[in-house]
Design a protein around this ligand. Structure first.
Ligand code: GLN
Ligand code: MG
Ligand code: MG
Ligand code: MG
Length: 476
């Protein structure tokens, strides 16, 4: 579903819309909104934008003396929000423009940066890029939020109706790491996910393929959406998070994009599948490559991701909690390597049906991202790293066919396999020393704001004792 300004004006009438929710994304991925009486909305607002945002109150945006920002709704993103009962409401995703007389795109509008990434990609000779994010997330019972329940020497703030330690567990609890595709009643969330798919598809025009319960015990879900172009795919991720959280809320549950809420269980990733195209051809596909039907362009793009993996981590895995996910043993990547099947590597070339007929499916799967990232910025950074690899001809090298988790450190050194950052601090320090590749898309100030923000959150977490430290060190 994409609409023009005229079509939206017509839809507003047909759908009897009373309120228009204007939505946009902050620098660190938070989805914001401000709501307008539909009667006040004019078709010119699509061109001129509306002066409705105080940028100084949105983290990472503006200083107090230059605070006014303009939001300009994109008619293509029109969708009705079915769970709002009070009055028919539609949403529009907005671009952010600087206030004042010259209304350029605000330099830290993530959606504006994503558009810039698309233009940059076009200038390099690739008229289209396709992005297929696989967003995993946890759903917990709302009632149990903030109940601290001890389990295997760990403490939890949140538990699920499916969790073995749950108070209303009725005897069919899933075990840790045992949640992959169980049928009901093991999986209690099928109807919830069905409802999410209904809204994604019918209201938001986001094509869904399948949905499933993921590996973690406690209500871990994944709904697969169809790949799309860069800005559209990032819009879809924001809509997806918005929908799954709100439908959960309506069912007295909470959905969270926190990458690793439960110790000793799988975390949530947001694997990103990407390919570059020109004139209708997938340039990542090469039938003559025996190993993975992967072109030299794809090998360079992957090489760029590997070269900048540490700095990239700060943008695709941008929270302290992200680094509790990126540890061995939970299908999350730890090592800067690639392979076709091995899930311990950051890049995987997924298997697909062989042959020209399926050439559109050839893609690189980057496994480091998690859903706590800002999808606009994550796609910008991945694009910048990949195009840098193409420009510098950084071949991806040999695939690793063994399980890297089982290798000795010596063997890993022999193969030149490095590691992802082990902490947010290592990640933003890597970004500080390796940011030149991002410059065609992200300016210095944006990069500084990201580092500043991550440093602040890192300090917030590191000044607090960790629950497990009590188990280790409370020497009573
Ligand atoms: N949850 C895993 C991760 O953190 C991925 C599991 C899967 O999709 N196979 O990346
Ligand atoms: Mg998947
Ligand atoms: Mg998955
Ligand atoms: Mg995957």
């Amino acid at each position: 579903l994409t609409f023009t300004a005229e079509e939206v004006m017509k839809r507003l009438k047909e759908d009897k819309i009373k309120f228009i929710d204007l939505q946009f994304t902050g620098l660190f991925g938070r989805f914001h909104h401000t709501t307008m009486d539909a009667k006040m909305f004019r078709i010119e607002d699509f061109a001129d934008g509306l002066p409705k945002v105080d940028g100084s109150s949105i983290r990472g945006f503006t200083e107090i003396h230059e605070s006014d920002l303009i939001i300009r709704p994109d008619p293509a993103t029109y969708a009705t929000i079915p769970w709002i009962e009070q009055a028919p409401t539609a949403r529009l995703i907005c671009d952010i423009l600087s206030g004042g007389s010259k209304r350029d795109i605000f330099p830290r509008d993530p959606r504006g940066l994503a558009k810039k990434a698309e233009r940059y990609c076009g200038e390099q000779g690739y008229d289209t890029s396709y992005w297929g994010p696989e967003v995993e997330f946890f759903v917990f019972d709302k009632l149990e939020v903030n109940t601290m329940t001890p389990y295997q020497g760990q403490s939890y703030h949140i538990t699920s109706r499916e969790a073995p330690w749950s108070s209303d567990n009725v005897g069919y609890a899933l075990r840790l790491k045992d949640g992959y595709l169980p049928s009901a009643p093991g999986d209690t969330l099928m109807e919830y996910r069905n409802q999410c798919v209904d809204v994604l598809t019918n209201n938001f025009g986001i094509v869904c393929d399948a949905h499933h319960h993921e590996v973690a015990t406690a209500g871990q879900c994944e709904i697969d959406i169809r790949f799309d172009t860069l800005v559209n795919a990032a819009d879809s991720v924001q809509s997806y998070k918005y929908i799954v959280k709100n439908i959960a809320q309506k069912r007295n549950m909470m959905a969270t994009m926190m990458p690793k809420p439960i110790a000793l269980d799988n975390g949530s990733g947001m694997h990103v599948n990407v390919s570059l195209w020109n004139k209708g051809k997938n340039l990542f596909y090469d039938p003559d490559d025996d190993y993975a039907e992967m072109s030299q362009t794809a090998r360079y793009f992957g090489g760029g991701i590997m070269e900048h993996a540490q700095a990239l981590a700060s943008i695709v895995a941008p929270t302290t909690n992200s680094y509790r996910r990126l540890v061995p043993g939970y299908e999350a990547p730890v090592y800067v390597a690639w392979s076709t099947g091995n899930r311990s590597a950051i890049i995987r070339i997924p298997a697909h049906y062989k042959g020209q007929k399926f050439s559109a499916m050839k893609r690189i799967e980057f496994r480091a991202p998690d859903p706590s990232c800002n999808p606009y910025l994550a796609f910008c950074a991945i694009m910048a790293a990949g195009l840098d690899g193409i420009r510098k001809k950084r071949d991806i090298g040999d695939p690793v066919k063994e399980d890297i988790f089982k290798m000795t450190p010596k063997r890993r050194r022999e193969l030149g396999i490095t590691q992802l950052p082990a902490s947010l601090r290592q990640a933003y320090e890597a970004l500080e020393s390796d940011s030149a590749f991002l410059k065609p898309i992200l300016d210095d100030e944006t990069i500084e704001k990201i580092i500043e923000h991550e440093e602040r959150e890192n300090v917030e977490v590191s000044v607090r004792p960790h629950p497990h430290e009590f188990a280790l060190y409370a020497d009573v």
